[in-house]
Design a protein around this ligand. Structure first.
Ligand code: HPA
Ligand SMILES: [Zn+2]
Length: 330
């Protein structure tokens, strides 16, 4: 039995495995510019975040109907459950679909068909977090928030993703204020490729409660002190960092130093179909490459449930924390 954990940094579109991409392409009459799954996998060699994003947006062309989004999410939940994920907070990118003529209702209703039955089918509780694309305009983000208003009973929070450098958090001040006024929780990607100042800005200007990645905080000791003092969770994604060349190798990952500094770190998969592994694979990888002790792995699992948006079900959080405390490593 794998260590129980929460996944807090997972783009549902990034769980699109090559086999499913080709199946959906056939179902929807979409032509993919790759001969087969092997040829597609060959393209999974990324220079940086942008080179990944190009493929990530290209492959979304196969997602057209509610059933496509349901199949995508259900396949993810099954894989996550098998790796010990008990709770998943799932990002989605509505603007990437709206731009292709797929409306908000198709995306949210489709995802919900899988998420609504997830506790029963997979034993995984879920939350949905709607992300704004930071390389699109603030006006587009506001229009997206507006389009999501009929679905707010299903959306727990908002996030910020896509190309980071040159698109600082402050650009989205107004939309985060509007989201807060609607009672939405707030997170943002910051300090993946962007500078530590983007992390500070996400906290001060956007009011985020968790920072996605946040890796580059390590360049600013005062910021590290603050993140420790304020108990701000960071959702790290080690295999993603290697594939997008944010770190050279897994053995160079700053996770051990970050834990030693007292940061509230969690380990997540980001875009598992593209980066070589799901949540459990990321745990296994840092265990092997960084020699993390079982105590450290348990701390990471515990952190994931402490950082989860489970304030509306503290009983469930306590149940998960008890599972982590009782877990026996094999
Ligand atoms: O790793 C990521 N970073 C930023 N945006 C993203 N959108 C999907 N995955 C990512
Ligand atoms: Zn991400």
């Amino acid at each position: 039995m794998p260590l129980p954990k929460a996944e807090l940094h997972l783009h549902i579109e990034g769980t699109l495995e090559p086999e499913l991409a080709f199946r959906l392409a056939a179902r929807n009459g979409v032509q993919l510019p790759y001969a087969d799954t092997d040829a597609l996998r060959e393209a999974y060699r990324f220079e940086d975040l942008q080179s990944f994003l190009n493929l990530y947006y290209e492959l979304m062309a196969v997602l057209r109907t509610e059933r496509d989004f349901e199949d995508l999410a259900d396949a993810y939940l099954a894989r996550a459950a098998a790796q010990g994920v008990r709770h998943a907070e799932i990002f989605f990118d509505p603007q990437a679909h709206l731009a292709r003529g797929v409306d908000m209702s198709t995306v949210v209703e489709g995802l919900w068909r899988a998420l609504g039955g997830s506790e029963e089918r997979h034993g995984v509780s879920t939350r949905l977090i709607m992300c704004f694309l930071r390389d699109e305009s603030a006006e587009s983000a506001l229009a997206t928030l507006d389009a999501a208003k009929p679905y707010l009973d299903r959306i727990t929070g908002v996030g910020l993703d896509s190309a980071e450098v040159g698109h600082p958090p402050v650009k989205f001040r107004a939309v985060y204020e509007a989201a807060a006024a609607l009672g939405l929780r707030r997170v943002a990607h910051a300090g993946e490729e962007g500078p530590p100042a983007y992390i500070t800005e996400a906290l001060d200007v956007l009011g985020v409660e968790r920072v996605d990645h946040g890796l580059r905080c390590m360049e600013d000791p005062a910021l590290v002190d603050r993140l420790v003092r304020e108990r701000i969770p960071l959702t790290l994604c080690p295999l993603s960092n290697v594939r997008l060349r944010t770190v050279d190798t897994l053995a160079d990952h700053p996770l051990p130093a970050m834990l030693d500094a007292g940061l509230l770190c969690t380990v997540n998969s980001d875009d598992p179909a593209y980066f070589g592994g799901y949540a459990g694979d990321n745990f296994d990888a840092v265990h092997r490459a960084l020699g993390l002790t079982e105590d450290r792995l348990r701390e990471l699992a515990r952190n994931s449930f402490l950082a989860a948006f489970l304030e509306d079900d503290e009983e469930l959080r306590q149940r998960y924390l008890a599972e982590v405390a009782a877990y026996e490593f094999g």
